[in-house]
Design a protein around this ligand. Structure first.
Ligand code: IDP
Ligand code: MG
Length: 158
């Protein structure tokens, strides 16, 4: 093999390795909240997740106890909306979902849309299904560390 060919092969291998490293598979935690389960749009939201190339690695329907919700949202303890949030999150069943894809955390938050549905972009889950800033259909981890903690709380065996 000539020198030129060896160099171009080496460059190709380097670029492929760098590409794979860049697009590393990431895990995140998603939830379909009680409002969306109650209005039976959970299936539509799961379709959106699948259509956007996420792998669903675990899913379960469950109902948060007060203690589950307080632990899950402990970062918001003391905020004016905390008690209402806990009441809402314990008001009915949710779907807890473990997701994987490249940049899963950011990609799922992008697909969810802004916390306030009035600010959510067209085509996002919250634009389509949220009815207020509290009743906003879905949850998504906001960083690698929180994704790890949330997955551990809800799917300890994963
Ligand atoms: P996020 O779900 O987009 O990450 P956070 O700021 O982490 O938003 O808030 C957690 C949840 O608390 C929101 O999804 C929403 O259900 C509720 N929430 C946030 N801000 C308010 C508010 O100002 N009023 C009522 N509920 C709120
Ligand atoms: Mg949050």
């Amino acid at each position: 093999m000539c020198f030129k060919k060896i160099i171009s092969k080496a460059i190709l291998v380097f670029l492929m390795t760098a590409g794979v490293a860049y697009a590393k598979v990431e895990k995140t935690f998603a939830m379909i909240k009680p409002d969306a389960v109650k209005t039976k749009v959970a299936g539509k939201i799961i379709s959106m997740i699948e259509e956007n190339d996420f792998e669903i690695t675990a899913i379960k329907k469950m109902t948060f106890t007060k203690s589950d919700a307080e632990t899950f949202y402990s970062v918001h303890k003391g905020k004016p909306f905390f008690d209402g949030l806990v009441e809402f999150m314990t008001s009915g069943p949710i779907f807890a979902i473990a997701l994987e894809r490249d940049n899963a955390i950011a990609e799922w938050r992008k697909l969810m849309g802004a916390t306030n549905h009035l600010e959510a972009a067209e085509g996002t889950v919250r634009k389509l299904y949220a009815t207020s800033i509290r009743h906003n259909a879905v949850h998504g981890s906001d960083a690698e560390e929180t994704a790890k903690e949330e997955l551990k709380q809800i799917f300890p065996d994963l």
